[in-house]
Design a binder for this molecule. Structure first.
Ligand code: AMP
Ligand code: MG
Length: 281
C-alpha cells in the first residue's frame, strides 16, 4: 500500500469522538491502548508531521485573524504526557500566538479567592491559543480525592464549570478538552523512568506515589468529571495515551480540525494604508 493510501485510511477511521453528556466511561487499560486500526509507526509519524505543518499554517492565520481565542485543556494523571504534548504538538505553533498556563496547588492569595479566579486570568485573548497544563478541573479531581474540600463544596463545581465555560464560549473562546488517559501499567513504567533517569528525577514528587495509591478514586473522579462537564460547547475527548505517537497524532488532528472549522482569515489591508503605500520608495 502506498503511503498516501495509508494516510487516507488513518484519518478516516481514527478521529476522536467527544464524550457525550452523561456518558459513563469505563476508563480501563483498553481505552488507554492504541486502537487496533492504528497503522505502523512510520505511517503514523508521517501523518502527524503533515498535521503539524497544517497546524503551523492554520495558527498563523488564526493569530492574524484575531477574532477568536482557543483554549486547549490538558488533564491527565502524573506522567500521562501533558508536558510532552505541549512540547511536541503545541510546539509546532509560533510561540507568539501561544500562552501556556500550568496549574499547581493554589497559593495563599489564590485560596482567598474563588477557584476560578486564577483560571479566568489565564484565559487566552483573541488570536491566541491557550493551553492549560492541568486546570480548573483539579478542583473536582485532587480536591475531591484528597478531601481538600467537602463534597458540598466540590459537587456544585460541575455545574459552575459548565456555566463558566458557556460564558467564555459565548464571548468568543473555543474550548477543547483532552483527558490524556494512561493505564496503571504504563504509569508505573513512566514513573520508574523518572526515578532512573537523572534528567527526569526532578519531575518525580512524593505526591505522585500518593496519587497513584488513589488510582481507583481518581478513576471515579475522572469518570464523573467527563460525564458531567462534557458539553456541546466545551467537549471532552479521551485520548488513548499509552503510546506517545498515537497521543500526538490525535491531539494534532483535533487542533487542526478545530482551527479548520473556524476558517481563520488574514485581515485585508486597510485601503488607506494601501493607498498611502502605493509606489513608496
Ligand atoms: P504537576 O502538574 O505534576 O507539576 O503537579 C501539579 C500538582 O498540583 C498536582 O499534584 C495537582 O494535583 C496539584 N494541583 C493542581 N491544581 C490544584 C488545586 N486546585 N488544588 C490542589 N492541588 C492542585
Ligand atoms: Mg507531577
Amino acid at each position: 500500500m502506498t503511503s498516501s493510501k495509508k494516510q487516507a485510511r488513518i484519518s478516516l477511521r481514527d478521529a476522536l469522538v467527544p464524550v457525550r453528556a452523561g456518558q459513563r466511561l469505563t476508563l480501563g487499560a483498553r481505552a488507554a491502548a492504541p486502537p487496533s486500526s492504528i497503522p505502523d509507526k512510520k505511517a503514523l509519524e508521517e501523518r502527524t508531521a503533515a498535521l503539524l505543518k497544517r497546524l503551523e499554517t492554520l495558527q498563523a492565520a488564526f493569530h492574524a485573524d484575531g477574532s477568536r481565542a482557543l483554549l486547549l485543556v490538558l488533564q491527565g494523571r502524573d506522567a500521562a504526557g501533558k508536558d510532552s504534548t505541549i512540547r511536541t504538538v503545541v510546539g509546532a505553533c509560533n510561540p507568539m500566538g501561544v500562552r501556556i498556563a500550568s496549574f499547581g496547588p493554589p497559593s495563599t492569595l489564590e485560596l482567598r479567592h474563588d477557584y476560578l479566579w486564577r483560571v479566568h486570568q489565564a484565559m487566552p485573548p483573541r488570536g491566541v491559543i491557550g493551553v492549560f497544563n492541568r486546570s480548573h478541573y483539579e478542583d473536582v479531581l485532587v480536591v475531591r480525592v484528597r478531601k481538600l474540600a467537602p463534597e458540598s463544596v466540590w459537587k456544585p463545581r460541575y455545574r459552575q464549570i459548565v456555566e463558566f465555560e458557556r460564558m467564555l464560549v459565548e464571548n468568543g473562546t473555543v474550548i477543547v478538552k483532552c483527558f490524556l488517559h494512561i493505564s496503571h501499567d504504563e504509569q508505573r513504567l513512566r514513573l520508574q523512568e523518572r526515578l532512573d533517569d537523572p534528567a527526569k528525577n526532578w519531575k518525580f514528587r512524593l505526591g505522585d506515589l500518593e496519587d497513584r495509591a488513589h488510582w481507583t478514586q481518581y478513576t471515579n473522579a475522572y469518570r464523573d468529571m467527563l460525564s458531567r462537564t462534557s458539553t456541546a460547547h466545551a467537549p471532552w475527548y479521551v485520548v488513548p495515551a499509552d503510546e506517545k505517537r498515537v497521543r500526538n497524532y490525535y491531539i494534532a488532528q483535533l487542533l487542526v480540525k478545530t482551527l479548520e472549522s473556524l476558517n481563520p482569515k488574514y485581515p485585508r489591508m486597510d485601503p488607506a494604508v494601501s493607498r498611502a503605500a502605493h509606489g513608496f520608495t
